[in-house]
Design a protein. Structure first.
Length: 257
Protein backbone atom coordinates (compact mmCIF):
# COMPACT_ATOMS: atom_id res chain seq x y z
CA UNK A 1 0.00 0.00 0.00
CA UNK A 2 2.73 2.54 0.81
CA UNK A 3 4.42 1.68 -2.47
CA UNK A 4 1.19 2.26 -4.37
CA UNK A 5 0.75 5.61 -2.65
CA UNK A 6 4.32 6.52 -3.45
CA UNK A 7 3.75 5.66 -7.11
CA UNK A 8 0.64 7.84 -7.15
CA UNK A 9 2.59 10.73 -5.64
CA UNK A 10 5.40 10.36 -8.15
CA UNK A 11 2.93 10.28 -11.05
CA UNK A 12 1.15 13.38 -9.70
CA UNK A 13 4.46 15.21 -9.36
CA UNK A 14 5.46 14.32 -12.89
CA UNK A 15 2.10 15.35 -14.32
CA UNK A 16 2.25 18.69 -12.51
CA UNK A 17 5.26 19.57 -14.62
CA UNK A 18 3.57 18.91 -17.95
CA UNK A 19 2.81 21.90 -20.17
CA UNK A 20 1.22 22.23 -23.59
CA UNK A 21 2.15 24.99 -26.08
CA UNK A 22 -0.05 25.64 -29.10
CA UNK A 23 1.45 25.88 -32.57
CA UNK A 24 1.57 29.69 -32.21
CA UNK A 25 3.06 29.61 -28.69
CA UNK A 26 6.51 29.15 -27.20
CA UNK A 27 7.44 28.37 -23.61
CA UNK A 28 10.39 30.31 -22.16
CA UNK A 29 11.96 28.26 -19.34
CA UNK A 30 13.66 29.74 -16.27
CA UNK A 31 15.39 27.44 -13.78
CA UNK A 32 15.89 29.08 -10.42
CA UNK A 33 15.69 32.45 -12.17
CA UNK A 34 18.12 31.59 -14.95
CA UNK A 35 17.05 31.31 -18.58
CA UNK A 36 17.64 27.79 -19.85
CA UNK A 37 15.88 27.73 -23.23
CA UNK A 38 12.54 27.69 -25.01
CA UNK A 39 10.12 24.81 -25.53
CA UNK A 40 7.21 24.04 -27.81
CA UNK A 41 5.05 23.83 -29.69
CA UNK A 42 3.44 20.70 -28.30
CA UNK A 43 3.85 18.88 -25.00
CA UNK A 44 6.87 19.60 -22.79
CA UNK A 45 7.84 19.10 -19.17
CA UNK A 46 9.39 21.38 -16.54
CA UNK A 47 10.69 20.59 -13.08
CA UNK A 48 7.85 21.31 -10.65
CA UNK A 49 7.86 22.91 -7.17
CA UNK A 50 9.07 26.27 -8.54
CA UNK A 51 12.45 24.96 -9.65
CA UNK A 52 11.57 25.72 -13.24
CA UNK A 53 9.05 28.28 -14.48
CA UNK A 54 7.56 28.58 -17.96
CA UNK A 55 6.45 31.88 -19.55
CA UNK A 56 4.17 31.32 -22.54
CA UNK A 57 4.63 33.72 -25.45
CA UNK A 58 2.24 34.21 -28.38
CA UNK A 59 4.22 34.66 -31.61
CA UNK A 60 1.27 35.54 -33.88
CA UNK A 61 1.02 38.92 -35.57
CA UNK A 62 -0.78 41.43 -33.37
CA UNK A 63 -2.78 44.42 -34.50
CA UNK A 64 -2.83 47.50 -32.29
CA UNK A 65 -4.90 50.60 -33.04
CA UNK A 66 -3.02 53.64 -31.79
CA UNK A 67 -5.14 56.19 -29.99
CA UNK A 68 -5.77 59.50 -31.70
CA UNK A 69 -2.80 61.83 -31.41
CA UNK A 70 -3.06 65.61 -31.67
CA UNK A 71 0.15 66.99 -33.10
CA UNK A 72 1.47 69.94 -35.09
CA UNK A 73 2.93 69.68 -38.57
CA UNK A 74 6.05 71.50 -39.68
CA UNK A 75 3.96 74.31 -41.18
CA UNK A 76 2.17 74.83 -37.83
CA UNK A 77 -1.14 73.11 -38.58
CA UNK A 78 -2.74 71.16 -35.75
CA UNK A 79 -3.98 67.74 -36.87
CA UNK A 80 -5.36 64.64 -35.19
CA UNK A 81 -3.91 61.38 -36.49
CA UNK A 82 -5.01 57.76 -36.03
CA UNK A 83 -2.64 54.92 -36.85
CA UNK A 84 -2.52 51.12 -36.85
CA UNK A 85 0.47 48.98 -35.86
CA UNK A 86 1.16 45.37 -36.88
CA UNK A 87 3.96 43.53 -35.10
CA UNK A 88 4.96 40.03 -34.03
CA UNK A 89 7.48 38.38 -31.73
CA UNK A 90 10.33 36.76 -33.67
CA UNK A 91 12.65 36.08 -30.71
CA UNK A 92 10.57 34.88 -27.76
CA UNK A 93 13.40 34.85 -25.16
CA UNK A 94 14.37 38.46 -25.93
CA UNK A 95 10.74 39.61 -25.67
CA UNK A 96 10.74 38.36 -22.06
CA UNK A 97 14.29 39.11 -20.93
CA UNK A 98 15.06 42.43 -22.65
CA UNK A 99 11.80 44.29 -21.91
CA UNK A 100 9.26 44.11 -19.10
CA UNK A 101 6.14 44.38 -21.28
CA UNK A 102 6.90 44.06 -24.98
CA UNK A 103 3.40 45.02 -26.13
CA UNK A 104 3.21 48.18 -24.02
CA UNK A 105 6.76 49.16 -24.97
CA UNK A 106 6.22 48.94 -28.71
CA UNK A 107 2.88 50.74 -28.40
CA UNK A 108 4.38 53.73 -26.57
CA UNK A 109 7.31 53.79 -28.99
CA UNK A 110 4.86 53.87 -31.91
CA UNK A 111 2.94 56.83 -30.45
CA UNK A 112 6.14 58.80 -29.90
CA UNK A 113 7.37 58.03 -33.40
CA UNK A 114 4.02 59.07 -34.89
CA UNK A 115 4.16 62.50 -33.27
CA UNK A 116 7.80 63.04 -34.24
CA UNK A 117 7.39 62.04 -37.90
CA UNK A 118 4.25 64.17 -38.38
CA UNK A 119 6.06 67.14 -36.84
CA UNK A 120 8.85 66.85 -39.42
CA UNK A 121 6.57 67.17 -42.46
CA UNK A 122 4.22 69.76 -43.92
CA UNK A 123 0.48 69.19 -44.07
CA UNK A 124 0.53 68.60 -47.83
CA UNK A 125 3.14 65.87 -47.42
CA UNK A 126 1.14 64.19 -44.67
CA UNK A 127 -2.00 64.15 -46.84
CA UNK A 128 -0.47 63.33 -50.23
CA UNK A 129 2.60 61.18 -49.44
CA UNK A 130 1.17 58.60 -47.07
CA UNK A 131 3.29 55.78 -48.43
CA UNK A 132 6.46 57.72 -47.67
CA UNK A 133 5.23 58.66 -44.18
CA UNK A 134 4.22 55.07 -43.41
CA UNK A 135 7.65 53.80 -44.45
CA UNK A 136 9.34 56.36 -42.21
CA UNK A 137 7.10 55.38 -39.29
CA UNK A 138 7.98 51.71 -39.61
CA UNK A 139 11.71 52.27 -40.12
CA UNK A 140 11.89 54.71 -37.21
CA UNK A 141 10.87 52.10 -34.64
CA UNK A 142 12.28 48.96 -36.29
CA UNK A 143 15.74 49.40 -34.77
CA UNK A 144 14.47 49.66 -31.20
CA UNK A 145 12.01 46.79 -31.46
CA UNK A 146 14.67 44.45 -32.87
CA UNK A 147 16.49 44.56 -29.53
CA UNK A 148 13.27 43.40 -27.86
CA UNK A 149 12.79 40.45 -30.21
CA UNK A 150 9.94 42.13 -32.08
CA UNK A 151 9.42 42.75 -35.78
CA UNK A 152 7.25 45.65 -36.92
CA UNK A 153 5.52 44.49 -40.07
CA UNK A 154 3.50 47.62 -40.80
CA UNK A 155 2.82 50.96 -39.15
CA UNK A 156 0.39 53.13 -41.10
CA UNK A 157 -1.73 56.21 -40.65
CA UNK A 158 -5.42 55.39 -40.74
CA UNK A 159 -7.03 58.81 -40.63
CA UNK A 160 -5.96 62.46 -40.52
CA UNK A 161 -8.50 64.87 -39.03
CA UNK A 162 -8.12 68.56 -39.87
CA UNK A 163 -9.59 71.60 -38.07
CA UNK A 164 -12.88 72.88 -39.49
CA UNK A 165 -11.28 76.15 -40.62
CA UNK A 166 -8.54 74.30 -42.47
CA UNK A 167 -11.10 72.03 -44.16
CA UNK A 168 -12.97 75.11 -45.41
CA UNK A 169 -9.76 76.67 -46.73
CA UNK A 170 -8.81 73.46 -48.53
CA UNK A 171 -12.30 73.20 -50.03
CA UNK A 172 -12.01 76.76 -51.35
CA UNK A 173 -8.58 75.97 -52.75
CA UNK A 174 -9.86 72.85 -54.49
CA UNK A 175 -12.80 74.80 -55.95
CA UNK A 176 -10.46 77.51 -57.23
CA UNK A 177 -8.25 74.90 -58.88
CA UNK A 178 -11.25 73.28 -60.58
CA UNK A 179 -12.49 76.66 -61.81
CA UNK A 180 -9.03 77.47 -63.14
CA UNK A 181 -8.91 74.20 -65.06
CA UNK A 182 -12.40 74.79 -66.47
CA UNK A 183 -11.44 78.25 -67.72
CA UNK A 184 -8.24 76.96 -69.29
CA UNK A 185 -10.13 74.19 -71.08
CA UNK A 186 -12.75 76.65 -72.31
CA UNK A 187 -10.09 79.08 -73.55
CA UNK A 188 -8.25 76.28 -75.35
CA UNK A 189 -11.51 75.18 -76.99
CA UNK A 190 -12.26 78.75 -78.15
CA UNK A 191 -8.73 79.10 -79.51
CA UNK A 192 -9.05 75.86 -81.45
CA UNK A 193 -12.48 76.90 -82.77
CA UNK A 194 -11.14 80.27 -83.92
CA UNK A 195 -8.32 78.55 -85.78
CA UNK A 196 -10.74 76.22 -87.53
CA UNK A 197 -13.04 79.14 -88.46
CA UNK A 198 -10.08 81.07 -89.80
CA UNK A 199 -9.05 78.13 -91.96
CA UNK A 200 -12.64 77.72 -93.20
CA UNK A 201 -12.89 81.42 -94.05
CA UNK A 202 -9.65 81.30 -96.03
CA UNK A 203 -10.88 78.25 -97.94
CA UNK A 204 -14.24 79.84 -98.78
CA UNK A 205 -12.65 83.14 -99.74
CA UNK A 206 -10.74 81.39 -102.50
CA UNK A 207 -13.85 79.58 -103.75
CA UNK A 208 -16.96 81.80 -104.25
CA UNK A 209 -19.14 78.80 -105.07
CA UNK A 210 -18.37 77.27 -101.66
CA UNK A 211 -19.28 80.58 -100.02
CA UNK A 212 -22.65 80.66 -101.77
CA UNK A 213 -23.34 77.06 -100.83
CA UNK A 214 -22.64 77.96 -97.21
CA UNK A 215 -25.09 80.85 -97.46
CA UNK A 216 -27.84 78.58 -98.77
CA UNK A 217 -27.08 76.00 -96.08
CA UNK A 218 -27.44 78.65 -93.39
CA UNK A 219 -30.81 79.70 -94.87
CA UNK A 220 -32.03 76.08 -94.81
CA UNK A 221 -30.87 75.66 -91.21
CA UNK A 222 -32.71 78.80 -90.14
CA UNK A 223 -35.83 77.72 -91.99
CA UNK A 224 -35.78 74.30 -90.34
CA UNK A 225 -36.38 75.90 -86.96
CA UNK A 226 -39.88 76.95 -85.91
CA UNK A 227 -39.20 80.67 -86.06
CA UNK A 228 -41.53 83.37 -87.30
CA UNK A 229 -38.72 85.32 -88.96
CA UNK A 230 -36.46 84.02 -91.71
CA UNK A 231 -33.33 85.93 -92.61
CA UNK A 232 -32.18 85.70 -96.24
CA UNK A 233 -28.63 86.80 -96.92
CA UNK A 234 -28.07 88.12 -100.48
CA UNK A 235 -24.55 88.50 -101.86
CA UNK A 236 -23.36 92.08 -102.29
CA UNK A 237 -22.75 91.46 -106.01
CA UNK A 238 -26.49 90.93 -106.50
CA UNK A 239 -27.25 94.23 -104.77
CA UNK A 240 -24.74 96.12 -106.94
CA UNK A 241 -26.10 94.51 -110.11
CA UNK A 242 -29.71 95.40 -109.26
CA UNK A 243 -28.73 99.00 -108.50
CA UNK A 244 -27.01 99.30 -111.90
CA UNK A 245 -30.03 97.88 -113.69
CA UNK A 246 -32.35 100.30 -111.88
CA UNK A 247 -30.22 103.33 -112.85
CA UNK A 248 -30.04 102.15 -116.49
CA UNK A 249 -33.83 101.80 -116.68
CA UNK A 250 -34.32 105.20 -115.08
CA UNK A 251 -32.03 106.84 -117.66
CA UNK A 252 -33.88 105.17 -120.54
CA UNK A 253 -37.19 106.36 -119.15
CA UNK A 254 -35.87 109.93 -118.92
CA UNK A 255 -34.58 109.94 -122.48
CA UNK A 256 -37.86 108.64 -123.86
CA UNK A 257 -39.85 111.30 -122.06
Amino acid sequence: MPIFALIIIVIAVLCSGLRVAQEYQRGIIFRLGRFTGSRGPGLYWIIPFGIERAVTIDIRTRTVSAEQQETITRDSVTVKVNAVLWYRIVDAPKSVIEVADAGAAVYQLALTSLRNIIGQHDLDEVLQERTKINTLLRDNIAGSTERWGLEVERFEMKDVELPAAMQQVMAMQAEAIREKRARIIKAEAELEASRKLSQAAETMAGNPAALELRRFQMISEVGAENNSTTVIMIPSEFVTLSRSVSEFLREKKTESS
